[in-house]
Design a protein around this ligand. Structure first.
Ligand code: DAH
Length: 357
C-alpha cells in the first residue's frame, strides 16, 4: 500500500470510528470501540507494525500519517468520555445512589449574629481585600484625641454638634471613631490604610432614629496622590458590596473640621424607598457616609507631613447601614437585646471571606 492509499484507508477508518464513538452510550461501549481501532491488533494500531515494510526514506512520512490518525481518533474518544462520563454522574446524582466523597461539605453555622456584627464583618471583608488593616481604639477618650487633634479646638463651635458624655475623671466617651485616625497615624505613620469599627456615644434623647450608643466604621487612607475620585470609588464599592441591591446616593458638601473639602453622602432610605418615613425623619434620605479629604492640621497632629502626603477619611454610620440592609425601622431595636432581632443564617449567608485557613 503506498502512502496515498494508506491515507485513504486511515480517512475511512476515522470516519467509521467517529460514527461508532458517537453511537456509544456507555463507557464500556466506548472502551470496546477504542480498542477495535487503537489497540495493537486494532485496525489503526496494527498498521503501525507495517512502517518497517516501507522503504527507509518513506518511513518518516508514514509514521507521521499514522500518528496523526491515531491522535485524531484518541481525541474523539476523550471527547465522548467526557460526554458519557458527565451524563453518568448526573444520572447517578439524580438517582441519589452515588456518594461522592470529593465534594466539599456543607458548612455548619452555629447560632445567629447581631445585625450590626453581620454588616461589620461584611465591611471588614471588603476593606481587607483593598489592603486596609482593621484597627481599634479606646471608648473612653481624652479631649485631645476626640476633639483637639481633629482640628476642633476648645472654643470651636463644632463642639456643639456633638453632645458629649463627660466623665468625672476629665475624660469622655468618644463621640466618634475619628480619634483613632490620630492614634493610627501616630502608630504607623504614612502611607496608611485602615478602618476602625467601633462604638460611639452621644448624649441624645432616644427615639426611632436616635440612640446614645451606636456604631461607626472610621476609614483612613493616606498616601501620595490620593484624590476625591479614589474616595468616591471606594465608597461606591463598599455600598455595592454590602447592600447587593439597587440604591440611590447623593453627595453634597458637608462641614467637618477634620476634612477639607468635606462631604455628606446620603442614601435614599431603603425602608420607604425615599418616600419619607420615621426612620429617615420623613426626608427620604439618610446621612450614611460622611467623608472628605483629610485636613492638613489633622495630618500634622498625627505626625504626617501634609506637604508630602494627603488622603481621605470617612465615618460610616454602621448602625444605619445595618438598619438599611436588614430593613430595621426603629434604631431602638438594635440595642434592645431582643434575640428575635438576630440575623438567622437563613437570611444572611455571611460575608465573602477569603479563607485564611
Ligand atoms: N466623625 C464624624 C461624626 O461622627 C463623621 C465623619 C465625617 C468622619 C467626616 C470622617 C469624616 O472621617 O471624614 O459625625
Amino acid at each position: 500500500m503506498d502512502v496515498g492509499e494508506l491515507q485513504q484507508t486511515l480517512d475511512k477508518l476515522h470516519q467509521e470510528a467517529k460514527g461508532e464513538l458517537a453511537a456509544a452510550k456507555t463507557l464500556d461501549e466506548l472502551r470496546s470501540v477504542r480498542s477495535k481501532y487503537l489497540s495493537k491488533t486494532g485496525s489503526v494500531g496494527s498498521l503501525m507494525g507495517t512502517i518497517k515494510d516501507y522503504p527507509p526514506q518513506q518511513r518518516g512520512e508514514v509514521g507521521k500519517t499514522l500518528n496523526s490518525a491515531n491522535k485524531a481518533i484518541q481525541d474523539l474518544v476523550t471527547e465522548h468520555t467526557d460526554r458519557i462520563g458527565s451524563a453518568e454522574v448526573a444520572a447517578d446524582a439524580a438517582a441519589s445512589t452515588a456518594f461522592d466523597p470529593t465534594l466539599p461539605g456543607e458548612r455548619t453555622r452555629l447560632g445567629s449574629v447581631h445585625p450590626v456584627t453581620a454588616v461589620q464583618w461584611e465591611v471588614e471583608a471588603v476593606f481587607e481585600r483593598l489592603g486596609f488593616t482593621i484597627e481599634a481604639g479606646p471608648e473612653m477618650e481624652s479631649d485631645y484625641y476626640n476633639f483637639e487633634a481633629l482640628n476642633i479646638p476648645q472654643m470651636h463651635p463644632a463642639r456643639d454638634l456633638q453632645d458629649t458624655f463627660w466623665l468625672k475623671n476629665g475624660m469622655l466617651l468618644r463621640t466618634q471613631t475619628s480619634p483613632v485616625q490620630i492614634r493610627a497615624m501616630e502608630k504607623f505613620g504614612a502611607p496608611l490604610r485602615c478602618i476602625v469599627p467601633g462604638r460611639c456615644f452621644r448624649y441624645e434623647t432616644i427615639d426611632a432614629s436616635h440612640e446614645n450608643t451606636f456604631h461607626q466604621v472610621e476609614g483612613l487612607m493616606i498616601d501620595r496622590n490620593v484624590s476625591i475620585a479614589n474616595l468616591i470609588a471606594v465608597m461606591k464599592l463598599l455600598l455595592n458590596e454590602v447592600l447587593q441591591r439597587e440604591f440611590e446616593i447623593r453627595l453634597r458638601p458637608g462641614y467637618f473640621p477634620f476634612v477639607e473639602p468635606g462631604f455628606e453622602l446620603d442614601i435614599a432610605c431603603l425602608i420607604c424607598n425615599g418616600k419619607g418615613c420615621a426612620t429617615c425623619k420623613r426626608t427620604g434620605w439618610l446621612e450614611l457616609l460622611p467623608c472628605g479629604m483629610v485636613h492638613p492640621n489633622v495630618l500634622k497632629a498625627g505626625g504626617v507631613d501634609p506637604n508630602e502626603y494627603g488622603g481621605f477619611a470617612f465615618g460610616l454610620g454602621l448602625t444605619r447601614l445595618a438598619m438599611m440592609k436588614f430593613g430595621i425601622r426603629d434604631i431602638r431595636v438594635v440595642n434592645s437585646g431582643d434575640l428575635r432581632n438576630l440575623v438567622h443564617p437563613a437570611r444572611w449567608a455571611g460575608p465573602v471571606i477569603v479563607d485564611k485557613g
